[in-house]
Design a protein around this ligand. Structure first.
Ligand SMILES: [Zn+2]
Length: 87
């Protein structure tokens, strides 16, 4: 995964994080075409503006199925941020 941009839902300031800076957890399932792996990356950050200090949480989900085939990363859930784009 890579760069994530968003706007703070409180002050509308633009922000940017690198998903590689955050820990990714994986869950494996056995399905018809073999192993399916779900990757979950929870990004916890704060608005870049010191005066705002809004807490921002973005959870990303990526599915690998069948093995070696990565589907598009999606935003599973978020709080404190709008207009989240995965680059
Ligand atoms: Zn803000």
């Amino acid at each position: 995964m890579s760069k994530i941009t968003y706007t703070c839902s409180k002050c509308k300031a633009a922000g940017e994080v690198d998903s590689n800076d955050y820990e990714t957890q994986e869950e494996k399932f056995e399905e018809g075409m073999g192993t399916k792996t779900e990757y979950w990356t929870e990004i916890e950050t704060q608005c870049d503006k010191d005066a705002c200090g809004n807490s921002i949480t973005i959870t990303l989900n990526e599915t690998e199925y069948p093995e070696g085939n990565f589907e598009e990363t999606t935003v599973s859930s978020s709080s404190g941020a709008d207009n989240i784009v995965i680059h």
